[in-house]
Design a protein around this ligand. Structure first.
Ligand code: SF4
Ligand code: SF4
Length: 331
């Protein structure tokens, strides 16, 4: 507890786009309840706290930490370990912390290939051909940059995690529900779910929340949504040949994307019970393909334009594959 009697609350942003931080602001006036009921002791994107402020806190003195982003560099891992030590409840908040997210697709290449793409390809002006160093001796003293890890890991691959809240970003109504739950627990009106529970999401799939009609139409090829001349507003997108990830994706967003005509890309991660998102999705896609011939099924699956992005856009780092072999070996 803080001197003002309020439990302490922290947020941190590791390897992610920062959308999770913004999504907390999307809970609108509920943010006032957070302020009224918690003492915010660390939230670098919004307030000027320093790492040494956290280091000075007693262990387990923060009640709740929402941690977003994957473990891309040694600074991310250092802060994950620090906040784990200082927090009673550590929540992997958002797809990147839970499953690696889009930055996890970097695990398809090596650390070297990522740096070369960032610094030496056409989108970067780098006339001096400067390659980033982890240490630089300036007049004022040594400047240090975090060191990239060979592969991006999820938060739980580095420290024990109490709860998982998926979503890219998590939906505001789901964040509000979790804050309500913690407040009720503090008032003795509810109990926390078992450790390891996925919170702020549902137990079934996006398809179960989707109002589009499914009539078992069999498909002969997959088509990118932008290449469709006409999209039936009532019928399941997958059954129109648009590779929609709803069948393998955990519910909780109220089928936000298919309800407005876009395919689900799987940001809520694997549905309950699915060990590997991509494997579950391939099985779902295979079930709508109009063929029993393995060669023809392969040919139809080949019409998916971006298989890695389709099957592992958010969860490569948490999949059974995890990375390319060369990335895993640290090359
Ligand atoms: S595959 Fe996509 S469009 Fe079809 S029912 Fe599932 S979520 Fe809806
Ligand atoms: S429909 Fe899919 S991609 Fe869209 S918000 Fe829901 S889980 Fe994420």
């Amino acid at each position: 507890m803080s001197a003002n009697g309020k439990p302490k609350f922290a947020m941190y942003w590791a390897a992610s786009c920062g959308g999770c931080e913004i999504s907390v602001l999307n809970i609108h006036e509920k943010i006032l309840e957070v302020d009224a009921n918690f003492d915010i002791v660390f939230w670098p994107v919004a307030m000027d706290f320093k790492y040494k402020d956290v280091e000075a806190m007693e262990d387990n003195s923060i009640l709740l930490t929402l941690f977003n982003g994957g473990m891309r560099n040694d600074e991310n891992e250092h802060i994950a370990r620090l906040l784990r030590k200082k927090s009673q409840l550590l929540v992997a908040f958002g797809s990147c912390a839970v499953e690696g997210g889009i930055p996890g697709l970097g695990n398809l290449g090596t650390r070297q290939s990522i740096l070369e793409t960032a610094y030496f390809t056409v989108s970067t002006e780098n006339p001096g051909e400067i390659y980033p160093q982890t240490s630089y001796q300036a007049v004022e003293g040594e400047l240090r940059l975090p060191k990239l890890n060979p592969v991006l890991k999820t938060l739980a691959q580095v420290v024990p995690v109490d709860y998982y809240m998926p979503g890219c970003p998590p939906e505001p109504h789901q964040i509000s529900a979790v804050i309500d739950l913690v407040l009720q627990v503090l008032q003795g009106k509810a109990e926390l779910p078992p450790k390891g529970t996925v919170i702020g999401a549902g137990p079934s799939t996006v398809c179960d929340e989707c109002d589009r009609k499914r009539d078992q139409k069999r498909i002969k090829k997959f088509v990118r949504i932008q290449d469709m001349a006409h999209i039936d507003p009532e019928i399941c997108l997958l059954e129109q040949g648009i590779p929609c990830n709803g069948p393998a994706t955990r519910s909780g967003c109220d089928a936000r994307c298919p309800s407005v005509g876009a395919q689900c890309i799987g940001c809520y991660g694997p549905a309950q019970g699915a060990i590997d998102f991509g494997a579950r999705l391939m099985s779902a896609f295979a079930s709508v393909i109009d063929s029993n011939d393995p060669d023809e099924i392969d040919h139809i699956l080949d019409t998916i334009p971006d298989p890695a992005g389709q099957f592992y856009r958010f969860n490569l780092a948490n999949s059974l594959l995890r990375s390319s072999k060369s990335a895993w070996k640290g090359e």
